[in-house]
Write a protein that binds this ligand. Structure first.
Ligand code: URA
Length: 435
């Protein structure tokens, strides 16, 4: 087949600061997916995009071209509104687990296609796979049936959705081209638009444990994604939320499931509850449901009932206890004072090295490995108090886990004890909110 463009011309256009035409974009994305454009050509183009940027119309066209390489799901026959949430990833971010059943308990279908973790941010599927019997892989028919019946599904995104992104994301990961707002926004939104949700709430994390280290960058990413969703007919809004310190007390897999169940039982750490309720309110408003307090469904057991049905529908045992790791170390306060820093990245890397995360795609994660915080940012401690415990299934991992805490913040350490507590806000800003 004769190709209608030449990859080198497309690369040169962007390298020299030009605007890619619609046809160049359609062609290069499709030709890359077909294997006609080589990896080295696409990595060169990705680097040119990272350096030169893309305009709003180019990003929208790039996103549409990625969607066009695969299938689109259609939930219009469900007879109920659909709403989904996407988080850009953080440390201790288990919010999807209580959130999906909480929103479903209000009659909204939640098709939550999730991923596995890579690097220091955990993956929702890895956490849920701590539950014996639970199955991440569902066919489109199974997903549809579960949404119709009980309203919430958390499952693996099938390979049919935006295959161009799957290939491009793997390439970006090894070519230093992940940190690029047009490419991140189009990557996330191509999958979410193809998934067919009517409403989407983005949780854009800001801080050391997140992709976006500062609020301005996060605002730009959020606005780019909100524009893409809105232009594609998806009611899209974003909350910008704090990721300078871990969310909740549990960082890992099984321990995050246990903490989510506490939230569903009406308890759990205040920050996890606050963010779950804020995101639920936004999703419900986007789905046209206002005037309800989602926190009530956590208190009265409706969200827990939905959780149990959701887990059972995917073969999981909601009563199974989470296992304890055989090797545990305590990290203690070195002085009296107030915890003025408990760095998300440092704790996330520690949990990852302890076995909660994977070094390479396809590696297994350890169910009971991770970190449990015993004190949090702003708490007063006395010298010798236990601030956190490190847990691992593989004893030889412990020294590297401990070292991650010492190496954090350019060697200043993940924990700092000082005089006065910084104020912590969970939701820092919103973009395009429906509430
Ligand atoms: N998550 C995605 O799905 N894509 C990106 O580019 C970054 C985070």
């Amino acid at each position: 087949m004769t190709e209608r463009h030449d990859a080198v011309d497309v690369i040169r256009t962007k390298r020299d600061g030009g605007t890619l035409s619609d046809d160049q974009i359609d062609w290069v994305v499709d030709a890359y997916t077909r294997g006609v454009v080589a990896d080295e050509q696409m990595s060169s183009l990705a680097m040119a995009i990272l350096q030169r940027g893309m305009g709003r119309e180019e990003i929208a066209r790039w996103t549409a071209a990625m969607i066009a390489t695969g299938e689109r799901l259609d939930f219009s026959g469900l007879g109920k509104p659909t709403a989904d949430k996407h988080s850009t990833g953080g440390v201790g971010d288990k919010i999807t687990l209580p959130l999906a059943p909480l929103v479903a308990a209000h009659g909204v279908a939640v098709p939550q296609l999730s991923g596995r973790g890579l690097g220091h941010t955990g993956g929702t599927l890895d956490k849920l796979e701590s539950i014996p019997g639970w199955r991440a892989a569902l066919s489109n028919e199974e997903m549809h049936a579960q949404l119709k019946d009980m309203g919430a599904v958390i499952c693996a995104a099938g390979s049919g959705l935006a295959p161009a992104d799957k290939k491009l994301y793997a390439l970006r990961d090894v070519t230093g081209t992940v940190e690029c707002i047009p490419l991140i926004a189009s990557s996330i939104m191509s999958k979410k638009i193809a998934e067919g949700t009517g409403c989407l709430v983005l949780d854009v994390k800001v801080g050391s444990g997140a992709f976006m280290k500062d609020l301005d960058q996060a605002r730009e990413l959020a606005a780019t994604m909100v524009d893409l969703g809105t232009d594609a007919g998806v009611r899209t809004s974003a909350l910008l939320t704090d990721m300078s310190t871990p969310l909740g007390l549990a960082i890992g897999n099984g321990n995050e499931v246990a903490e989510s169940v506490e939230v569903l039982a009406g308890g759990g750490p205040a920050d996890v509850v606050e963010l779950t309720v804020a995101l639920a309110r936004e999703m419900l408003a986007g789905a046209g449901i206002t005037g309800v307090d989602p926190a009530e469904a956590l208190r009265d057991g409706r969200a827990m009932d939905a959780w149990r049905r959701m887990i059972e529908a995917q073969g999981g045992d909601p009563n199974a206890p989470m296992p304890d790791a055989p090797h545990v170390e305590e990290v203690r306060a070195e002085a009296d004072g107030v915890i003025t820093r408990l760095d998300a990245l440092g704790v996330g890397v520690a949990a990852w090295r302890l076995g909660a995360g994977r070094a390479r795609q396809g590696d297994a994660v350890e169910v009971s490995s991770g970190v449990m915080l015993r004190k949090t940012l702003g708490e007063t401690v006395a010298k010798g108090d236990v601030i956190m415990t490190l847990h691992t299934e593989t004893e030889s991992r412990m020294p590297r886990g401990l070292a991650a805490l010492a190496e954090a913040c350019d060697g200043a350490g993940a924990i700092e004890i000082g005089d006065s507590a910084p104020e912590r806000r969970i939701v820092l800003d919103t973009v395009g909110t429906n509430v």
